[in-house]
Ligand binder design. Sequence first.
Ligand code: HEM
Length: 410
Amino acid sequence: MDVLAMLREPARLADPYPLYAELRQRPPVRLPPGEIVLSRYSDVAAVLKDPMFRKPPLPRPPSKATRVLFRMFLLLDPPDHTRLRRVVAPAFAPSAVATLRSTATLVADRLITSVPSTFDLVRDFAYPQPLAVIGELLGIPDAERPKIGAWSRTLTESLDDPLPLRLRELPRGVRSIVQGRSHPVAAARAAAGIVGYAKQRMGGATGEPVTEFLETLDRAQHEGVINADEAVATWIMMVIAGHETTANLIGNSVLALLDRPDLRTRIHNDPTLMSRVVDECLRYDSPVPYTARTATEDTTINGIRIERGQTAVVFMSAANRDPDPFPDPDRLDLTRPQTPPHLGFASGIHFCVGSALAKLETEIALTTLLPRLSSDSHRGEVTRRPSVAVRGLAKFRIQLAPSATTRSTP
Ligand code: HEM
């Protein structure tokens, strides 16, 4: 059973959840080069939390720019991971992120008041909102955001290429569907482009003002905590992870909530529910379906034998629909207990460092959008991204309610 190839089929790109349900009910699938696919909550959580499991080894970097990108701590193990994460974690702590609320709200208001009555939610709101917020934090001037966004998009699309997704083994037709616009040459150009830009920006060559985040990276370099490539890689990781994922969560959440007028009414009557809404949407349809970890020792997880050197491909999105511990898992339910937590932000030492920011931005996006959308918006055009690595929408034509088309926010 080639799970990864099956997930790339158009019907499963649209709805992978029946396949996830099937996977949870059978013994874990083993793939030829020594990979094992895990999909039950208890198995996925156990691997993510176990420090014996490490990030899979990286391939030889195909270019100088990729060698820099491979210093993103998302890809690294302790002690490098710990050292680099410590430099930026305070900037993303809930108390620091709370100070970004007014910026994020302003951005959302500006966007919604500038869209026409029918617009593409993805292009006109879900992407520009988090990109503008992270842009403020990282010091990306307005005019540069489209260019940086495009490089970031190309690099994210290339995530469907490397191991453990063995794309090269696929028939050419399927491969082109999966790859979409991504292409190794385009990815190499995007890597060179964004690394070149980040080096100039951080070296002060662009003449733009320095932000607190840039100062933090600069200080860490002067103190000898991180080197120049690591500072560049960290900045780029924050750009990419800081908007691609949130953009997809905003799209997935709006789509899910448009099908549930009962929930929209509840949220309208009790806006304090919004934080729960975001967590439940993350459980229900998360933008990051899976990750991978490699065993450094022979082990047994809930009776499943995993040998040293084997990679566990862990599907958080399948775990998040496991009826044990989430009864009636295919239903968006705001009254669910909060424990155990969903795995939309993973778990263990790589737990998403930007989770507070992602939640804040999505709360503000939904608060801004939901009351203004026409209730039959979901009848418009919805196209999924042709990606297994990132779950989100490529296009979502949506309509403002007639009352919202009179521009209410100054
Ligand atoms: C809804 C939005 C988001 C989702 C679903 C998400 C999901 C995740 C997941 C699943 C991981 C773990 C990956 C792994 O272990 O392989 C992760 C890590 C990470 N995320 Fe997020 N993320 C989101 C938003 C953000 C934002 C807004 C930022 C930055 C501002 C961010 C920065 C990071 C970083 C730097 C890591 C690496 C952490 C580490 O390795 O220690 N993410 N995220």
